[in-house]
Design a protein around this ligand. Structure first.
Ligand code: PMP
Length: 362
């Protein structure tokens, strides 16, 4: 068997070994076609079956109601920063942004270029250690939508309960916690996510959008940037990232085999707990960045007692086969990303390594 790394990359990140092995088996001859999925027309029967199957599985896993469309786009989470306001934010309206980290700031920046925006809340003053209290969020009655980032990949915080926005659609960037737990899709107007953390390889971006938002969207925008263009053509308006969608379908099957989103959530809780427990029981040798109540189950951010020791920790961890533990280049420190496909045993290995490192160096 192949030796697999202890992969804690923030994205692109670990994929399930079973999925990789299946893709490898099918790579040169998919479904007896004599070619790989990458080599066939996106209008072929074989590909269309894969495409529609991935949509159906996502709908079923999340129990997505009939008044929503699932779209497969490209351009990553970053293109959604601009497509959301381009489609939804009209003259005379505002868009309210809840700022919980660098990615929400980036989303906000793009919306500002296209219309009038408001800051609904920000936890920047607290170094983005927490998610705002629901009572502290200010909405505006001219809001076309409210935007939030459900999991903050860089700072390691995650929303547990979402704000109620009444008739105003809530738009969520779920790039780094999509498919990690059950959510009630009907409380959102739009959910978007790049695939490269929990869904598959980079290249495909999923958008789950309520149909009335398609119907009422702005029309004076480029064809390819209209959600309705993609909804009207079952995400086959132009050539989609076919291999990425095939992989997404396989990852969705893997989630089903694991017992669905509830089972995945339980597993994610157990994995994160292994590492948070080491931090909490370290008497300050390790300190978490996020406030306890806002801690992410996907990205665990922490520091080691002093800077020299932290460098040594990262160097020794690398030596021991741990990959991706450096914090984001904008904030430093350490970060362990424990997405769906990171095995429990890998998290246990890190927890044990952290304890051993502390015992040697405290
Ligand atoms: N939003 C979040 C929460 C992210 O973590 C990232 C990437 N790490 C992005 C958006 C940007 O995604 P992309 O690189 O797919 O444009």
């Amino acid at each position: 068997t192949t030796k697999r790394a202890f992969n804690f990359n923030a994205g692109p990140s670990a994929l399930p070994l079973e999925v990789l092995e299946k893709a490898q088996k099918e790579l040169v001859n998919f479904n007896n076609s004599g070619m790989s999925i990458m080599e066939m027309s996106h209008r072929s029967k074989d590909y269309e079956a894969v495409h529609n199957d991935a949509i159906a599985r996502l709908k079923s896993l999340y129990s997505i109601p009939d008044n929503y469309e699932v779209l497969f786009l490209q351009g990553g989470g970053s293109l959604q920063f601009t497509m959301v306001p381009m489609n939804l934010l009209k003259e005379g309206q505002t868009a309210s942004y809840i700022l919980t980290g660098s990615w929400s700031e980036k989303a906000w920046k793009e919306a500002k270029l296209l219309g009038i925006t408001k800051e609904a809340a920000s936890t920047k003053g607290n170094a983005y250690r927490n998610i705002p209290a629901l009572d502290d969020i200010q909405f505006s009655d001219t809001d076309a939508y409210v935007h939030l980032t459900s999991n903050n990949t860089i700072f390691g915080t995650q929303w547990k309960d979402f704000p109620l926005t009444g008739n105003v659609p809530l738009v969520a960037d779920m790039s780094s916690d999509i498919l990690s737990k059950p959510i009630d899709v009907s409380s959102f107007g739009i959910i978007y996510a790049g695939a490269q953390k929990n869904l598959g390889p980079s290249g495909v971006t999923i958008v789950i959008i309520r149909k009335d938002l398609l119907e009422n969207a702005k029309t004076d925008i480029p064809t390819i940037l209209k959600y309705s263009t993609h909804a009207d053509s079952n995400s086959l308006y132009n050539t989609p990232p076919t291999f990425g969608i095939y992989m997404l379908g396989e990852v969705l099957k893997w989630v089903e085999e694991k017992g669905g989103l509830q089972a995945i959530e339980k597993n994610n809780e157990e994995k994160a707990k292994l590492i948070y427990d080491v931090i909490d029981n370290s008497n300050g040798f390790y300190t978490g960045h996020a406030s306890n109540e806002s801690r992410s189950l996907m990205n665990i951010t922490f520091r080691v007692a002093d800077e020299e020791l932290e460098k040594q920790f990262l160097a020794e961890a690398k030596e021991a086969g741990f990959v991706g533990l450096n914090g984001h280049r904008s904030v430093g420190g350490c970060r362990a990303s424990t997405y769906n496909a990171v095995p429990y045993e890998t998290c246990k290995a890190l927890a044990d390594f952290m304890i051993a490192f502390q015992n040697k160096n405290h």
